[in-house]
Design a protein around this ligand. Structure first.
Ligand SMILES: [Zn+2]
Length: 494
């Protein structure tokens, strides 16, 4: 760890006591999103993740001379969808350009991207009631991947399965003011893209990647400071930490009258610092020029309207409707709608005239815990929405107790058998039979003389103990309200 790193850590600690408060943080993000089309952007190769290296490759995406790219219409539609959902103006004509550079994962020695005429620009995303401006959305192809062998001297390999997978890049204006805002922005953006079903947004698999442009300036100053670009952040948490580190590093330099150099820096996750990668002087000159192999992309007004109309409700609208329609709290509505498939599941459950609040609690609580434990997604849950509705109707009308319901849910999850059959087969219906309950209570009181004596001596806790004994004797099936009433009556009569 160098001395400078130590100073930055000190500054992060001092943050709480106000050192950083004299400076303002300015952040812009560039988000790369892999589109989940079946085939690549300019050829028919599969985009499936996780295949054996170089098994999803053809002459086009491996950059063979003499091949010609053919544009994937689905990818254009996905880009238009994203642009519309972000309030961008979609261009009728946009141009693919070649971005020239050499790297072993780029067999053509240029990447097909968009430069001067992107497919869309000037949009926004709402963040806590404030508009974060989106500067542009453009399309481009992904590069291949290098696989380095462990150790310093081993060979590196090139896997071109990723080469040519369609991406959109979403670029914001420098409107974000803190690391937590940047993280919330990314979360909201991810929600929208998931709702549009154009990307799985899986950060671990690289479907969503983000670079951050960061600068600081003295509070009240209107000119922007010199910015650095941070790359290589592999999670939202890493984005937040990298921004905090980089801001502290810059403040530390400025507060000693130093100068920030404009450069690209890499986030080093293992030691939690940003490290210089290349300065502005070494920056690439990509020599962009229009790709002569590709026609301009035409998006007619008609096509744009049709795509925009096909966009359903977006997360924010759906959250507001959940509050309005189901009487849920902001918190519950927000949790349920944060992912489209969870919200879809919820709406299927409550369509069976189930209490919306109870359904929210059971889905976000017990069901989510089971899904997490078994690493299952809600859309492949063995507890189908209809089963969940059936289970909740059993608890609502008192046919089974809450304790029983939890057991039935686990059983249903493990076996896929519907709750009604489980309840019948295992004879789990709630016991409301007064005589049976009274008989059990008598038995329990006879066997627990000490607890009864405690109760007589004014120790109220004894009641809880006795209720527990009675419930245990009935296998958790006795109606708890009847048990309590009858027990209290019996104790008074003794
Ligand atoms: Zn191909």
């Amino acid at each position: 760890m160098d001395v400078f790193h130590f100073e930055v850590i000190q500054l992060l600690i001092k943050k709480q006591v106000g050192m950083m408060e004299n400076y303002e943080l300015v952040i812009g993000l560039e988000v790369h999103v892999e589109l989940s089309t079946e085939s690549k952007l300019f050829c028919g190769c599969s985009t499936r993740f996780g295949a054996e290296p170089n098994t999803q490759v053809c002459p086009v995406c491996s950059g063979m001379p003499g091949t010609l790219p053919v544009l994937n219409k689905k990818a254009v539609e996905s880009a238009v969808k994203a642009a519309s959902a972000l309030g961008c103006g979609v261009e009728e004509v946009s141009i693919f350009a070649r971005k020239n550079y050499f790297y072993p994962d780029l067999p053509k020695n240029y990447q097909i991207s968009q430069y001067e005429r992107p497919i869309a620009s000037d949009g926004f995303l709402m963040l806590d009631g404030r508009k974060i401006r989106i500067k542009r959305v453009h399309m481009e192809e992904d590069a291949g991947k290098l696989i380095h062998s462990a150790g310093e001297s081993g060979p590196s390999y090139v896997d071109l399965n990723r080469s040519g997978i369609p991406l959109i890049e979403i670029v914001t204006e420098p409107d974000l003011k803190s690391s937590s805002e940047a993280e919330t922005f990314l979360n909201n953006l991810k929600r929208i893209l998931e709702y549009l079903e154009i990307s799985d947004c899986n950060m671990e698999e690289g479907s969503l990647r983000c670079d951050a442009n960061i600068s600081v300036r003295p509070r009240g100053e209107s000119r922007l400071g010199v910015k650095t670009e941070i790359k290589n952040m592999n999670s939202f948490k890493a984005v937040r930490k990298a921004i905090d580190y980089e801001a502290a590093r810059q403040v530390s330099i400025l507060s000693k009258n130093g100068r920030i150099s404009q450069e690209t820096r890499l986030w080093n996750e293992s030691i939690q610092v940003t490290e210089g990668m290349r300065s502005k002087e070494e920056a690439h000159d990509y020599r962009y020029f229009p790709d002569p192999d590709l026609m301009p992309v035409y998006v007619t007004g008609q096509m744009c309207r049709e795509i925009t109309e096909s966009i359903g409700e977006l997360p924010l609208e759906r959250k507001e409707r959940f509050v309005r329609e189901y009487g849920l709290s902001e918190y519950d509505a927000s949790s349920l709608t944060s992912r489209k498939k969870v919200a879809d599941y919820y709406e299927k459950v409550v369509s069976g005239k189930i209490n919306p609040k109870a359904a929210a609690n059971w889905i976000m609580g017990d069901l989510m815990a089971l899904l997490k434990e078994h690493k299952t997604e809600i859309d492949s849950s063995p507890v189908l929405p209809g089963y969940m509705a059936e289970l909740l109707s059993f608890t609502e009308d008192g046919r089974i107790t809450g304790t029983t319901a939890k057991d039935v849910l686990s059983e249903c999850f493990a076996t896929g058998i519907c709750p009604g059959d489980i309840v019948r087969e295992k004879n789990l219906l709630q016991i409301n039979d007064q005589d049976l309950i009274t008989g059990t209570i008598r038995e329990v009181l006879e066997n627990n003389g000490k607890a009864v004596a405690d109760y007589r001596n004014g120790r109220e806790q004894a009641v809880g103990f006795l209720v527990g004994q009675i419930m245990r004797k009935t296998g958790g099936k006795a109606n708890p309200a009847i048990v309590r009433d009858t027990l209290l009556k019996a104790l008074k009569e003794m």
